[in-house]
Design a protein around this ligand. Structure first.
Ligand SMILES: NC(=O)c1ccc[n+]([C@@H]2O[C@H](COP(=O)([O-])OP(=O)(O)OC[C@H]3O[C@@H](n4cnc5c(N)ncnc54)[C@H](OP(=O)(O)O)[C@@H]3O)[C@@H](O)[C@H]2O)c1
Length: 222
C-alpha cells in the first residue's frame, strides 16, 4: 500500500547529517519529494549523490532574509511544502553552571532556536495551505531533566519546544489539517532509522490527534 506521504513535498532543514540523510532516504523511498537544505554545497551534493532524487538548496537558516528568499524559491519551483523537518542542532556544554558561556549560548540559540523561528515563520503559510501540513523537530530528554553542565543546551531545546507548541496552536486555531510533533531523544546515534520511520509515519496520522504531540525515541523501542 502506498504511504500517505507519497507525492508530498517535505523540506529537511539541516539535511546533511547522518540523521538528515536517513530521513531523506526514507521519505524518498516512500514516494515523497525531498527538499534538502544546508549551509554547505559540497555536503548537499554528497547527499544528492547518496539519496538520488533530492532537490538541494544552500541557505543559512539562521538568516531570516535568506530563509524568506528560500521559501519564495521553493514555492516557485515546487509549489510549496507539506512538511518541514527541522534538524539543525548542535551541542555545547560541560563545566557545570560556570561553564555555560555566552559564546556557547549564542551558538545554541542561533542553531536551535533562531533557525526554527526562521523556517517556521517563512513556511507557515505553506503548512497551513497544505492538505496535510506537518512540522517536526528533534529535541532532547534533557528538557525534562536538565543538568547544570547542559543548562544552555536544555534551555535552548525547551525554547524550541515552546515555539513548536505555539506553531501547533496556530494550526489548531486556523482549523488547518496540519500538525506539529516533537521527537525527544537522549542521544540520536543509532536512532536515525527509527526517527526516519517516525517522520514518514507523520502523514499516516490524523492531524488533530497528532498536533502538539511529543514522542520519546529510545533504543529499546526500535
Ligand atoms: N546528535 C544527538 O545525539 C542529538 C541528541 C538530541 C537531540 N538531537 C537533535 O537532533 C537533531 C538532528 O541532529 P544532528 O546531529 O543530525 O544535527 P546537526 O548535525 O547539528 O545539524 C544538522 C545539519 O544542519 C546543518 N546546519 C547547521 N547550521 C546550519 C545553518 N545555519 N543553515 C543551514 N544548515 C545548517 C548542518 O549541515 P551543513 O554543515 O552541511 O550545513 C548539519 O549537518 C538536532 O536538532 C539535534 O539537536 C541530536
Amino acid at each position: 500500500m502506498p504511504s500517505a506521504v507519497a507525492g508530498r513535498t517535505v523540506l529537511i532543514a539541516g539535511a546533511t547529517s547522518k540523521a538528515g540523510r536517513t530521513v531523506a532516504e526514507a521519505l524518498t523511498a516512500a514516494g515523497a519529494k525531498v527538499v534538502a537544505v544546508g549551509s554547505n554545497r559540497g555536503r548537499l551534493d554528497d547527499l544528492r549523490e547518496q539519496v538520488g532524487d533530492v532537490a538541494t538548496y544552500v541557505c543559512d537558516l539562521a538568516d531570516f532574509a535568506a530563509v524568506t528568499e528560500l521559501a519564495e524559491r521553493v514555492r516557485d519551483e515546487h509549489g510549496g511544502i507539506d512538511g518541514l523537518i527541522q534538524l539543525v542542532g548542535g551541542w555545547r556544554g560541560g563545566g557545570g553552571l560556570a561553564g555555560q558561556t555566552d559564546e556557547d549560548w549564542d551558538f545554541l540559540h542561533t542553531n536551535i532556536v533562531q533557525t526554527l523561528r526562521n523556517t517556521t515563520r517563512a513556511f507557515n503559510d505553506d503548512l497551513l495551505a497544505s492538505t496535510a501540513g506537518r512540522l517536526a523537530i528533534v529535541s532532547s530528554t534533557s528538557v525534562a531533566k536538565p543538568a547544570a553542565g547542559g543548562a544552555n543546551y536544555a534551555t535552548a531545546k525547551a525554547a524550541a519546544e515552546t515555539w513548536v507548541r505555539a506553531v501547533g496552536q496556530g494550526f489548531a486555531k486556523a482549523e488547518a489539517p496540519a500538525a506539529t510533533t516533537i521527537f525527544a531523544v537522549r542521544g540520536l546515534d543509532g536512532l536515525e532509522g527509527q526517527l526516519a520511520g517516525a517522520v514518514v509515519a507523520l502523514w499516516d496520522q490524523d492531524a488533530v490527534s497528532l498536533n502538539n504531540s511529543r514522542h520519546i525515541l529510545q533504543p529499546d523501542a526500535s
